[in-house]
Ligand binder design. Structure first.
Ligand SMILES: Nc1ncnc2c1ncn2[C@@H]1O[C@H](COP(=O)(O)OP(=O)(O)OP(=O)(O)O)[C@@H](O)[C@H]1O
Ligand SMILES: [Mg+2]
Length: 225
């Protein structure tokens, strides 16, 4: 399997007056090359769960194994390396830097990996063409449309050919047409062998026939039936 969580708990601000337990004893297995949807109300813990799977946040307790590595046993530095190699994250607000060009934004994750500028440009070009944004490649990202921006976010998540793609409420700010386009890109990526996890309560996503499995998140708990 690709991802395994065992009794994962996440407590923010532990021991402080503003302590929040966001996840309770989550047990979850996600198989390689599956496309799953995390569904749940606002505040139920979807983003927290994605952040743990995405090696961004460590669990407070429990065991999380992602692509063969047990995260709690990895020192921070190695967790970052593992994340860069394994996870492509499409953030809800896309997290694109508006002053950098489309091409620079897409190739940004390759910078810390020591990939040469020439190689970075080449790899970005392939994705820019695949996602149909060639005409915008030298535009500052702050000057392109929402749909184009979304493609930049997808391309950036794919630039290092990571096996796991995580998307946090990817359709929240998109119209129906762009949402459907986004899902089609995810379906095509699944065909290339990627494992895809989408946090969403959008029926367009949850009712998509290609979704292998819906995982309901309720008040920080996951019921695996
Ligand atoms: N950095 C943080 N510090 C403290 N509490 C947090 C933090 N991030 C999230 N929380 C809390 O943890 C709980 C789960 O939040 P999370 O963002 O995972 O939910 P979500 O399901 O993604 O919600 P939404 O659908 O609104 O994005 C919420 O009660 C939230 O307020
Ligand atoms: Mg969220």
């Amino acid at each position: 399997m690709m991802i395994e969580l065992e009794s994962v708990n996440k407590i923010y601000n532990q021991g402080q007056p503003n302590e929040v337990q966001a996840l309770y004893d989550v047990d979850l297995v996600i198989e390689a090359n599956s496309m799953v949807c995390l569904r749940g109300a606002s505040g139920s813990g979807k983003s927290t769960l994605l952040s743990i799977i995405g090696c961004i946040l460590p669990p407070t307790s429990g065991r999380a194994t992602v692509a063969g590595k047990q995260l709690s046993r990895l020192p921070d530095r190695f967790m970052t390396i593992h994340r860069r190699q394994t996870i492509g994250f499409i953030f809800q607000q896309f997290n694109i830097l508006p002053d950098l060009t489309v091409q620079e934004n897409i190739s940004l994750p390759l910078l810390p990996l020591g990939v040469s500028p020439e190689e970075r440009r080449m790899r970005a070009k392939v994705l820019i063409e695949r996602l149909g944004i060639s005409h915008r490649q030298n535009f500052p990202a702050g000057q392109i449309s929402g749909g184009e921006l979304q493609r930049v976010a997808i391309a950036r998540a794919l630039i290092n050919d990571q096996p796991i793609i995580l998307a946090d409420e990817p359709t929240a700010h998109l119209d129906t047409k762009l949402s459907k386009e986004f899902l089609q890109i995810m379906v095509d990526l699944k065909k290339t062998g990627k494992t895809i996890i989408i946090a969403s309560h959008d029926p367009l996503v949850t009712e998509k026939p290609e979704i292998d499995r819906i995982i309901d998140v309720t008040d920080g708990r996951v019921d695996v039936s």
